[in-house]
Design a protein around this ligand. Structure first.
Ligand code: FAD
Length: 417
C-alpha cells in the first residue's frame, strides 16, 4: 500500500469526532509502544470496558526491526506491515489519520480528520531520521524508517547494479555498484550485512561479476556499535569483514554531494547508492507543541511516564526521554524499551481507572542482539557474548515471538519471561 493512500479512514473505524466525544483514552501512534498500550489495556479491561481510541497515519503496524531484511531483498515489504484491523478486533476504536498537533488547554489531538478529545492521552509517535543538519544528506541519502523506505533501498540497489552492468568504464562500474551506509549503529550494521550477502547474487542476475558490488559502512566514532561490549564489537567487525564490508570508523560525514559522502578530512566516499542510518530524533510536530523536550526533542516525563506538568499525558517509546537512574543516560531508542514503557503505561492507565496507585517505570534490560547478514549475528545477553549462527537464530526467535504476541492480541508480556 502506498503512503499516499493512507489518509482515508479505515473501514469500520469511528470518525475522529465520534471517537473523541465519549472517548477518554486516546493513544497516538500504533507502533511498538502505542499498539502495546492498546492491546494490553484492552485485554486488562476486557470485563470493564472503557473507551479506547488508537490513532495512526497507517492502517497497519510496521515491524521496523525487520526492515533491514526488506532493504536486503530477503523479505517483502508487505510482510512487515501487519494490518491493524487483524490485531485490534472490536476492542479498540481505530482512526486512520495524520496527527498535526496538540491543543493542550482544550485536551485535543489535532488531526486531518478533525480534533479528537482526550481524557488521558498516550503519545507514542516514535522517531524520524536525524540528519544532524549535515548539508545535502536529506536530499542525497535514502533513509530506513518504514517499509516503503526499505523497498526504496532495495530498488535503488537493483537500479545501481543494472546501471553498473551497462557501464563500459570499470571505474564507473565499480562506483555505481557500491552501496555506502552512513552510521555504524545497529541499523547500519544490519543493513550493511544484509546487502553484502545479497548483492553478489543480485549482480549475477544483472550479468555483473559477483565480486563487483561493494558495501562501505561509514562511522564517525572510533568503533561501530558504540557502547556495546568490546567482544560484541569484535565479533560484529569480524563477520562484516568476512562478508567483505569495508568498515570505515573515525570517518565523520561533513556533507553529502552528488559525488558521494564528503568526510570531515576532505576525503570523498563514492558510491551508487547512499543510505543514512546515523540516528533519530523526535517527530517535527512535537517541536513548539508546548511539551517539555530534552535530548533530540524527546518529551520529558516523570517516573510514571507522564509528561512533566501534564499528568494527563503519558509518553512511551522513542518519543519519551527517560533517564535510566543506573547509568544517568537517556534510554536508547529500542523496541525493547518501547514495549516495556508501553506495559507500564497500560498498567498505570488501568490503575487510574481502578483508583490504585501508579507504578514507577523501571527498565529491565534483556540484552542486545544484532543480525549481521541473513545468517549470522552478535548478541550480549546476561553478560555473555555470542557471535555467529546462534545469535541470528536468537534474533529470529525474538521477532517470531513479537509477531505471535501482537497477532494473538496479547501484547508482549514482560512478566512471562
Ligand atoms: C531499521 C530499524 C531497525 C531496528 N531494529 C531494532 C532492533 O533490532 N531491536 C530493537 O530493539 N529496536 C530496533 N529498532 C528501533 C525500534 O524500531 C524503535 O525503537 C521502536 O519502533 C520505537 O517504538 P515507538 O512505538 O516509539 O515508535 P514506532 O514503532 O516508530 O511507532 C510510531 C507510530 O506513530 C505513527 N505516527 C508518527 N507520527 C504520526 C503522525 N503525525 N500522525 C499519525 N501517526 C503518526 C507511525 O505511523 C507509527 O506507527 C529499529 C529501528 C529501525 C528503523
Amino acid at each position: 500500500m502506498s503512503d499516499t493512500e493512507l489518509n482515508r479512514p479505515m473501514e469500520n473505524a469511528v470518525s475522529a469526532s465520534s471517537a473523541g466525544r465519549g472517548g477518554r483514552i486516546v493513544v497516538a501512534g500504533a507502533g511498538y509502544a502505542g499498539l502495546h498500550v492498546a492491546l494490553r489495556l484492552s485485554a486488562k479491561r476486557r470485563n470493564n470496558p472503557m473507551e479506547l481510541t488508537l490513532v495512526d497515519r497507517h492502517d497497519y503496524h510496521q515491524v521496523l526491526t525487520e526492515l533491514p531484511r526488506v532493504a536486503g531483498g530477503t523479505r517483502a515489504a508487505d510482510a512487515v506491515r501487519i494490518p491493524l484491523q487483524d490485531m485490534l478486533a472490536e476492542r479498540v476504536h481505530f482512526v486512520q489519520t495524520e496527527i498535526s498537533g496538540f491543543d493542550l488547554p482544550s485536551r485535543q489531538l489535532l488531526t486531518r480528520a478533525g480534533p479528537i478529545d482526550w481524557g488521558r492521552l498516550v503519545l507514542a509517535l516514535g522517531s524520524r531520521p536525524n540528519d544532524f543538519a549535515i548539508p545535502g544528506l536529506a536530499q542525497r541519502a535514502l533513509s530506513l524508517y518504514s517499509a516503503s523506505d526499505a523497498e526504496r533501498v532495495w530498488a535503488a540497489a537493483n537500479k545501481a547494479l543494472e546501471a553498473a552492468a551497462a557501464a563500459a568504464d570499470p571505474e564507473r562500474q565499480r562506483r555505481l555498484a557500491t552501496v555506502v551506509v552512513g552510521g555504524g549503529g545497529a541499523t547500519g550494521v544490519e543493513l550493511a550485512g544484509e546487502l553484502a550477502e545479497m548483492l553478489p547474487e543480485l549482480a549475477s542476475r544483472h550479468g555483473l561479476a559477483p565480486d563487483r558490488p561493494a558495501v562501505v559502512l561509514v562511522e564517525g566514532s572510533p568503533t561501530i556499535l558504540a557502547g556495546s561490549s568490546p567482544q560484541l564489537i569484535d565479533n560484529a567487525t569480524r563477520i562484516l569483514s568476512d562478508l567483505g564490508v569495508q568498515v570505515r570508523t573515525n570517518a565523520a560525514i561533513a556533507a553529502a554531494t552528488e559525488e558521494g559522502f564528503r568526510l570531515k578530512g576532505g576525503q570523498l566516499v563514492e558510491g551508487g547508492v547512499f543510505v543514512w542510518a546515523g540516528g533519530v530524533k523526535a517527530p517535527e510536530l512535537v517541536v513548539g507543541s508546548g511539551l517539555p523536550t530534552g535530548h533530540n526533542g524527546r518529551v520529558k516525563v516523570d517516573r510514571y511516564l507522564r509528561v512533566l506538568d501534564h499528568p494527563e499525558i503519558y509518553v512511551a517509546g522513542d518519543l519519551a526521554s527517560v533517564v535510566d537512574p543506573r547509568t544517568g543516560h537517556v534510554l536508547p531508542s529500542l523496541a525493547q524499551v518501547a514495549l516495556e514503557e508501553g506495559e507500564t503505561v497500560a498498567r498505570n492507565l488501568d490503575a487510574e481507572l481502578e483508583g490504585r496507585p501508579l507504578e514507577a517505570f523501571t527498565f529491565h534490560d534483556k540484552g542486545f542482539v544484532v543480525s549481521v547478514g541473513p545468517y549470522r549475528g552478535v548478541a550480549d545477553i546476561a553478560s555473555i557474548t555470542s557471535g555467529g549462527r546462534l545469535a541470528h537464530l536468537l534474533k529470529d526467535a525474538i521477532e517470531w515471538e513479537y509477531r505471535q504476541s501482537v497477532t494473538h492480541l496479547r501484547g508482549w508480556d514482560p512478566l512471562a519471561r
